[in-house]
Design a protein around this ligand. Sequence first.
Ligand code: PPE
Length: 311
Amino acid sequence: MIEADKIWMNGELVDWGDAQVHVLSHGLHYGSTVFEGIRAYATDDGPAVFRLQDHLARLERSAAVYQMPLPYTREQLREAVHDVIASNELTEGCYIRPIAWRGYGVMGLYPLDAPVDVAIAAWPWGAYLGDEALRSGIRAKISSWRRIGASTIPATAKAGGQYLNSILAKIESHKGGYDEALLLNEQGFVADGSGENLFIVRDGVLITPPLQASILEGITRDTVMQLAREEGVEIIEREIARAELYAADEVFVTGTAAEVCPVREVDDFPIEAPGPITKRVQDRFFAAIVGRDPRSADWLDYVTVPAPARP
Ligand code: PPE
């Protein structure tokens, strides 16, 4: 059960159970929502939000594409994230879900007269694909559903409606007995997982699909690219053909929820997991997020959690 104590909703902290919307909210009917997934981790100096500014910037870009003016500034949203973590005393780390949606008042597809509502929730959320998956990898299957493409929807925006595509792929992969679905784009090249970006390693080089391949512009993807560059690993952004996954030396997926997770099988082809480069990237990543690597200090936004009042 996902639960904490307070949710920030339209400017104030409300009780978890009171954070409700009207059933005729525009976003509920048409998926007209934009959202973020952010993590905070426990560090020696208290909880710290990972790359908060970058996530809020992406939320603004997603909202701008859908012409959904956010009624709060970046700084107000940043403070709200801090308030949610502090008021719920989420000192052990958490997943943070800011969402903006077209609210109640307008039906039909012309949405610009609907209000824009914003909420931020946070709760403890463990390893998205499981602790064991982080250690020894997931079994992935190419979905029969193609990733919605740039001619259909802005793939780089993180909007609610586009997740119907991911949901179809995820259900299919689970029913087939796999952990995760990988989606090809309309051109037949590898795009991303249902909720992750993807990397392969070939002859010591890290390869990942470019933004034009209809992928989400992942912040973990960017993190991994920066860390790998620091490790002296060459990175190429280019189209990846399906069969390259089968022959890859290593495959891993990245996401805020999934973190850096090895893939041990694609379509039943076995892959070494975690391979040596995956392991190096994982080690750097897991040190960075908990503040154990001074090179990555700029990515952490520390939250002050007041000690609970004693009776
Ligand atoms: N591709 C997709 C389709 C995607 O949903 C995500 C994040 C990523 C790539 C990686 O992006 P980033 O988190 O910025 O590195 N998926 C979010 C939603 C997971 C969910 O189940 O909800 C996430 O990881 O928070």
